[in-house]
Design a binder for this molecule. Structure first.
Ligand code: FAD
Length: 436
């Protein structure tokens, strides 16, 4: 690849999605990544599976178990509302690399050890099995997840949180997961049909009374044995190896787009794992990214517009997930004074998840949209609940429709606003479902 090509750092779902998107647009792209180093199991909804299928990630999809029940014991109440697909993350991430190679995306397997500015772009140093290697890049996509160097203080950082993960092995049985609130945090417990159990305790860094590292295994075992909802996961099972600690603090990066680089996925913003939406958000931040990259590379007149588009989308997603988490934390009312719950039930702010919309707050504005693989400015319909604006629904431009209805006067205005909003809600859900 020529030195002015695009290099993607990191082979998680965000990096893989951007790589495929850019390759489909005919952009010169190389992905540099090393497989995930630690074992983990995560849970995703059907829309993530659909998105991965849409990207052609067949090997990665084989790492998912069939959908199994997702149970919750929250505020002392038991619910079994939906299902999720459990995924072995090491197998999944390995599958992503194999899929990229199969789909013809050039991959360099290795660890990025250094990054320097260079004439015309960037220079990378990479540790590969064949030895150290240098590579030039005209454009960088930073997708190394939470491990990506920060590049400055974060714009927003949530309450410091850590998740302790412990593997257990038991007899084969029914797959499923349970999320459970406890006084100092919450537990997520998953069982795979082959008998692997993955138990995760998430606590507050400042107030948790954790033992030294060497005693963490016994500590986690005792915590899981102590709660009734964990009984199906620990019965006839034994812990395997040492627990692994993962930072799970929500983080919005200070800056997510420059002239010749962008950040995507967890490298741009990482959400609280309580949402169970990390892979979804990584994919959604990555799906629009190819158009941002192409605009930054080929349409210098729209640099600021493309940066604005990417930055606002990331911020919007971050706050949306943060408020979903806040509202879920607030549903647990048994320990309002406990530090874990007191710190989270009001973060990041007191704004409602969905802003109230009245007809007079619906307006038409110029805003950035994705059109034919580029970021361009168009008339969009903006509401307090859709501050980024809605451009098209089912192929129809919404702003001219609203303007036409408004010209007809008061009653029509209300009707038009209502219809546009209904349309916006419905259409956005569909757009998301189609995109993801
Ligand atoms: P990652 O998946 O982190 O991918 C980054 C990639 O970059 C990795 O392959 C890594 O090996 C590679 N890399 C890192 N550094 C380098 C380097 N120097 N050189 C080369 N490669 C490098 N999400 C869910 O959807 N469901 C869940 O149940 C869930 N549970 C979670 C539980 C916890 C405790 C945590 C912390 C997160 C959880 N998540 C969950 C979130 C999910 O893991 C992430 O949001 C998602 O993986 C982000 O994707 P990504 O591609 O941005 O980054």
């Amino acid at each position: 690849m020529a030195a002015d090509g695009i290099v993607i750092l990191g082979a998680g779902p965000a990096g893989a999605a951007v790589a495929i998107g850019l390759a489909r647009m005919g952009e010169p792209v190389v992905l540099v990544g090393e497989p995930r180093r630690f074992a983990a199991v995560e849970g995703v909804s059907a829309r993530v599976i659909d998105a991965l299928r849409g990207l052609g990630l067949q090997r990665a999809l084989t790492a998912f178990a069939p959908p199994s029940p997702r149970r919750a014991v929250w505020n002392g109440t038991y619910t079994e509302a939906n299902v999720e697909s459990l995924v072995d993350r090491q197998r999944f991430d390995q599958g992503l690399l194999e899929d990229l190679e199969r789909l013809g995306v050039p991959v360099v397997r290795g660890r990025v050890t250094a990054l320097h500015p260079a004439p015309g772009g960037h220079e990378l140093e990479i540790d590969t099995d064949a030895g150290p290697r240098r590579m030039a890049a005209g454009f960088l996509v930073e997708a190394r997840g939470r491990a990506a160097p920060g590049g400055g203080a974060p714009r927003v950082r949530g309450v410091e949180t850590v998740s302790l993960l412990q593997y257990w092995q038991g007899p084969a049985g029914e797959a499923g997961s349970t999320v459970l609130s406890v006084e100092d945090g919450w537990m997520w417990m998953a069982a795979l049909a082959d008998g692997r159990r993955y138990l995760q305790l998430t606590v507050d860094v400042a107030s948790a009374d954790l033992p030294p590292k060497r005693a963490l295994g016994d500590y986690c075992s005792a915590r899981f044995h102590a709660v009734e909802a964990a009984a199906p996961f620990v019965r006839d099972a034994q812990p395997v190896g040492e627990p692994h600690a993962r930072t799970s603090t929500a983080v919005l990066n200070e800056s997510v787009a420059g002239d010749d680089w962008i950040r995507v996925g967890d490298a741009a913003m990482a959400v609280d794992p309580l949402s169970g939406n990390g892979i979804f958000q990584a994919l959604s931040s990555a799906l629009q990214a190819p158009a941002v990259v192409a605009t930054l590379r080929h349409d210098r007149g729209r640099t600021a517009l493309a940066q604005h588009f990417h930055t606002r989308r990331i911020e919007h997603l971050f706050h949306r997930f943060a408020r979903i988490g806040r509202d879920f934390y607030a549903q647990e009312a048994r320990w309002p004074q406990a530090p874990f719950w007191a710190a989270r039930r009001g973060w990041p702010d007191a704004l409602p998840l969905h802003a109230k919309v009245r007809p007079e707050t619906v307006r038409v504005a110029r805003g950035p949209v994705v059109c034919a693989g580029r970021i361009v400015e168009q008339d969009v319909v903006v509401t307090p609940d859709q501050p980024l604006g809605v451009w098209h629904l089912d192929g129809l431009a919404v702003a001219p429709m609203l303007a036409a209805l408004r010209r007809e006067g008061g009653d029509a205005l209300e009707k038009a606003a209502g219809e546009a909003l209904l349309c916006a809600r419905f259409g956005l859900e569909r757009a998301r479902a189609a995109a993801l």
